[in-house]
Design a protein around this ligand. Sequence first.
Ligand code: FAD
Length: 413
Amino acid sequence: MHAARSLFHQVVIVGGGAGGLAAAASLLRRRPSLDIAIVEPRDTHYYQPGWTLVGGGVFTREQTVRPMKEVMPRAASWLRTSAIGFDPETNTVELEDGTSLRYVLLIVAAGNRLAWEVIDGLPETLGRNGVTSNYSYDTAPYTWQLVQQLSEGRALFTQPPMPIKCAGAPQKAMYLSCDAWRRRGVLGNVEVEFHTAGAALFGVPAYVPALKETVTRYGIHVNLGSNLIAVDGPTRRATFKTADGEVTRDFAMLHVTPPQKSPTVVAESALADEAGYVDVDPASLQHKSYHNVFAIGDVGGMPNAKTAAAARKQAPVVAMNAVAVLDQQEPLAVYEGYGSCPLIVERGRVVLAEFGYGGALQPSFPNWLNDGTRPTRFGWILKKDLMPTIYFDAMLKGHEWLARPKMRDEIRS
Ligand code: FAD
């Protein structure tokens, strides 16, 4: 047991993932003297977008991790524990080690929780019996192992209801697997099915034609409105809920994308909206009721695609607006909902989906360099060779590459 103690930091950031660290770095760029504490229990930082490439046999999983102490900004204090309660009325976060942590300004960056337990039988069999997921550091290598072993039989790929992080990742896992089977000449013997709880292949229509062509090319059977609810590992049977009732399918391989929820401590707090995410204004990322609270990343209730790319664009907005609040000024920087999902359709080609609120296309590159609605080599090089460096050396260090936010008056004019 730890004795109760009280601690104060000017800025408290809960979560040292993509969003929390990017926000801290962007704040320190603007105001190096800020007293920032980051609450983060893990001693390892994961570059989760790399797990798709681990499952596709392109990266080793070791390429996707860094010791937390190496990615934490040196000028911030790292509190290696979890937040277990928020009291925004008293500007306090309760920590698992017994500390009451007071703040002037709070940034919530606790991510999206993977709710494996929602699917009956899944936790017991994940990582065995042909059941895998790129959504976990532990099992992403098993995806590639299964792909290499499989030469015939049925392979199922699933996608749960939104919101999930990187809505394209379930399909990327499938296309990289199909590409590997095609290269080995066994694709014709593998019966590939995609089961998505959604009503379309992708939420933004501009990218759907390229995805439909990919599905046809690999001979994939797409089942829309089909939601995985149970797995029996030993007998290799998966059960889906559909509009016509429950459907059970045998499988040789099952790639599961787990349902996802807001972290319980956030969902049960006064900061949450109806869905459990932090109730922020979608443009300023400031809490609608508590003006000294911001959210960044997957835990925010704004309706953008939950991606690290989104957090990259949100960091300067949160930093500028947080500094404004500390200075008792209006928050003027605007987030326009940017998110990006490099949809890998084969080893070597990517549809670089980049879009904002309402599905508005927001390409970073001119069309002559990269047509974001078509599979390109450029997108692949960006995803495989450049993104990890952009993530670790730019985003987490406060170098805001292609991320300058618009100010409120620029949008009005
Ligand atoms: P995270 O990076 O998940 O960090 C949250 C942090 O909060 C964690 O370190 C956690 O330990 C901490 N935390 C949780 N609860 C507490 C608590 N109570 N107290 C203190 N700390 C807490 N994004 C892209 O841009 N492109 C892609 O191609 C892409 N592909 C993906 C593929 C996969 C398989 C996965 C899983 C994700 C992918 N993403 C991709 C999504 C991207 O990884 C996330 O959107 C991004 O990491 C979100 O950042 P975050 O800071 O909100 O959450």
